[in-house]
Design a protein around this ligand. Structure first.
Ligand SMILES: [Zn+2]
Length: 65
């Protein structure tokens, strides 16, 4: 697998977080050895969710006055 940003080599790694960061979690994903970009299902979902949230807030601003 190659990086989507710089086409560099990506390493498969396991990522682990502590409970202090919003709850213990662990997942596996790909990290670029050149630019450090991480690709994994969780991050992809976050990107889609944040984009959806922007669309929703835009819709609220368009209410009748
Ligand atoms: Zn990269």
């Amino acid at each position: 697998m190659n990086c989507l940003i710089c086409s560099g080599i990506m390493n498969f790694e396991a990522f682990v977080s502590s409970a202090a960061e919003g709850g213990p979690w662990a997942y596996e994903g790909w990290r670029c050895v050149y630019c450090g970009d991480i690709i994994d299902p969780v991050i992809l979902r976050h990107r889609i969710l944040s984009r959806t949230r922007e669309l929703v807030s835009m819709g609220k601003d368009r209410g009748p006055r």
